[in-house]
Design a protein around this ligand. Sequence first.
Ligand code: GLC
Length: 553
Amino acid sequence: MSTQTEPAARVTGAGSTWSDAIVYEVYLRSFADGDGDGVGDLPGLAAHLSHLRALGVDAVWLTPFFPSPGHDHGYDVSDYTDVDTTFGGLAAFEELVAAAHAQGLRVLVDVVPNHTSHRHRWFRAALAEGRSGGRYRDYYLWRDPAADGGPPNNWLANFGGPAWTLDPASGQYYYHAYLPEQPDLNWRNPEVLAEWVRILELWLARGADGFRIDVAHNLLKHAAYPDNPELDVPTDGRTPVGRVSAARRLVRAHDVDQDGAADIFAALRAALPLTNAGEPPFLLGETVLDDPDRVARYVAPGRLHAAMWFGAQNVAFNAADIAAALEPGARPLDPGAGRYAWFLSNHDRARPASRLAEDGADRLAEDGAARLGADRALAVAAVLMVMPGPYVLYQGEELGAVDADVPVDLARDPIAVRAGEAAMARDRARTPMPWTAEDGRGFSAATPWLPHGQLPPAGSVADQSGVPDSHLERWRSMVAAWRAHRGTLPTAVEVLMDLGLVRVRRGPLTAVLSTGPEAPLPAGTTLWRSLPGDDDVVRPGETVWRLTEGRSR
Ligand code: GLC
């Protein structure tokens, strides 16, 4: 029997401490407000660690808390060495780490190495140095205008408009994959790597156990900056993710995922010291790529420990789609390679309870549809969980949270506010955590920075806690079952799909998901199931975990 405070190292089997860990993503601005200003912060999180402990997760990923002008809600960092006072300052970070460690939770710091804020001292220095350059000019990517005076090539920014902005003083353009306020760093300059080693060392010394690495696939751009090929038909809204529709009309041939990008992580990993607990720091990359083989390059031996595979982000609730998203994780791994990290949601995507409510539809009309979507999301999470590699759980997913309808005048995401694509806005998944059903939702007594969304169909944390078979209690029981068994499982896994059923077989554990028919279960005993009941079958929309004797592969 596992206990909630047992560190992951002792409960995971083959592979590293993190192989089958559950990482909980805290979107700090919206988790819990400790100082009453309407914005979530580190003291607020520290006061709610018992929620993570009761859920049984192994680690917490903190979204960026560094000083930032906030054009992209903290993903535009003006000082990587400090903690913004909005989030409680450095002392609050140190207290949070101590409290988390005391409860057996590891802490992942979200770092943003692809770009800085335009207010970062490196970029200010680069501007001041001008086109003749100095140390800092070459920290960023500068090009002369095209012959017509316009941007040097046709690359587009993910949040709208060209990916180049003119610096009138020097007459040169600088490159930004996101907003003009987020200039990209030049990772071909070894000084940039050296700076980042120092930054990561600092956070390790302050108690971090590892890092979530923002847009890890983005760090290198083609050195000659050729135009990207244009698509005849823009890709649809499902893929690639996280960018405005206009930016989807180009093939991302030359501005992301360039050869050599994954080697940067080998250099970084080799340079880092152990954590204060004497472990190798965990490196979890955000790799927003459509091709799992491209993602696999980032977890080749010596590189990242885990890389997020976005395959399950777009699945409809049908067995073929789900099995196709899982399949890459069943391919044999090189010894020493890292893993795909599995997830259904994050702060950039629609909530899975909404996405999965009606196949392909994003929005929900009725409570019943929301419950169905939440049940389906749990069923899909239960097959992802069994795959080798960490599961990353986004705050609210454990409640069955649904997308919020944020009115346009209260929208905050630059995708809505700057690019005018309200339908794409990520605010829908960023509204405050509903701790209670009361007016302020137990989040804050003040007006929150984003309005509260509708409550999950099963209610707030307080409404669901201790209620048998509530969404939250089913999540808790799944995690407890997982913690008790994951250490006994081999790394090899088999994914089978047949007539509306997905089967994931990992040694003695078989997860069976039905997206269609009721079906018999494999011989054995039921360890856990996603819907209430004790039938001897898997029902439509359900995942059942069976322990089958004598089966190991
Ligand atoms: C990542 C973050 C997203 C951010 C972007 C630019 O995708 O998850 O929130 O806007 O990077 O830093």
